[in-house]
Design a protein around this ligand. Structure first.
Ligand SMILES: NC(=O)c1ccc[n+]([C@@H]2O[C@H](COP(=O)([O-])OP(=O)(O)OC[C@H]3O[C@@H](n4cnc5c(N)ncnc54)[C@H](OP(=O)(O)O)[C@@H]3O)[C@@H](O)[C@H]2O)c1
Length: 268
């Protein structure tokens, strides 16, 4: 099966790296087309067997599964331009939360929507997925299996993408910012460089997430660490007072951005 990618930017490169590294895709089965040839040079160096081109239609005509990885505002135009080249049974996958499949109605193309996450690069994280009505069971299974190799797949209704994306796809940026700010605040107290602090906080976040993935809930971890009147409790009191308000503002900012840009323009 040939898998095509149109638009080789940040998301396509993280996604493809994860899929190739996991072995779920073989580099000889992949064709990538992007507007600027030089953008694909690192790909050609790392995975020399991946075919690269600037001819979207050629890539489209040869692909049984075709990922359209351009920005939301470019997606519709790219789909229209490749439409005549697609085989009737081709499965086209959009990665834009802001493009609704109903925007592409009137089309007999079999569409799914996938919101990958940059953490797919290391084989982890949650991929959100939605399938159009005309996608066959075999095509659904194939796509879900592909992304199960780089994390967890969650199939959802299209109207759950906005909030879901904030957690799974924007989430890595929020978590990375938390780690960065924690490390900066610690380093500013002296005794540790920023780099040392960053490594220590990163390891702590990884370890805490591992505990939680084994069934420990946040409250039980807090109880285990924070003795009454102790230093952890003092820090937690500050977080519990300010963090809910801040995260509510973050969600508000994301969701009003979705509304402001409308279904066709919402993007990361
Ligand atoms: N970043 C994330 O975590 C994330 C997660 C899930 C979904 N997404 C979605 O993924 C989309 C892409 O994000 P990104 O960060 O990967 O953007 P990006 O880095 O700008 O990548 C888009 C790529 O598409 C290429 N392109 C544009 N028009 C083209 C055309 N007509 N034909 C061929 N290639 C074309 C661009 O070429 P040039 O190099 O010439 O500009 C660029 O390489 C966004 O809509 C976003 O909502 C992102």
């Amino acid at each position: 099966m040939k898998v095509g990618i149109i638009g080789y930017g940040n998301m396509a490169s993280s996604m493809l790296e994860g899929l190739l590294r996991s072995g779920v895709l073989s580099s000889t089965d992949v064709v990538v087309s992007s507007r600027t040839a030089s953008r694909m040079s690192p790909l050609a160096e790392r995975w020399p067997d991946v075919e690269t081109t600037v001819d979207n239609r050629m890539a489209a005509s040869r692909s049984q599964v075709l990922f359209v990885c351009v920005r939301s505002e470019q997606a519709k135009e790219v789909v229209e331009s490749i439409r005549p080249s697609l085989s009737p049974s081709a499965h086209v996958v959009l990665i834009n939360g802001g493009v609704r499949l109903s925007d592409l109605r009137g089309s007999d193309i079999r569409f799914s929507k996938v919101i990958p996450t940059v953490t797919a690069e290391v084989g982890k994280g949650v991929t959100l997925m939605h399938h159009g009505d005309n996608v066959t069971d075999e095509q659904r299974d194939c796509l879900e299996r592909m992304f199960s190799a780089v994390g967890t797949v969650k199939v959802i209704d299209e109207d759950r993408f906005d909030v879901g994306t904030s957690m799974t796809s924007c989430g890595p940026a929020f978590v990375a910012t938390f780690i960065e700010e924690f490390a900066k605040a610690a380093a500013s107290r002296g005794g540790y460089s920023y780099e040392e602090s960053l490594a220590m906080v990163t390891e702590t976040v990884l370890a805490t997430a591992a505990l939680m993935s084994e069934g420990r809930n946040p409250a039980s971890i807090c109880r285990a660490v924070a003795t009454e009147g102790g230093i952890t409790e003092r820090g937690l009191n500050v977080m519990r007072s300010d963090l809910p308000i801040m995260l509510d503002m973050v969600m508000g900012a994301i969701l009003s951005e979705h509304r402001r840009t409308g279904p066709e323009l919402g993007s990361h």
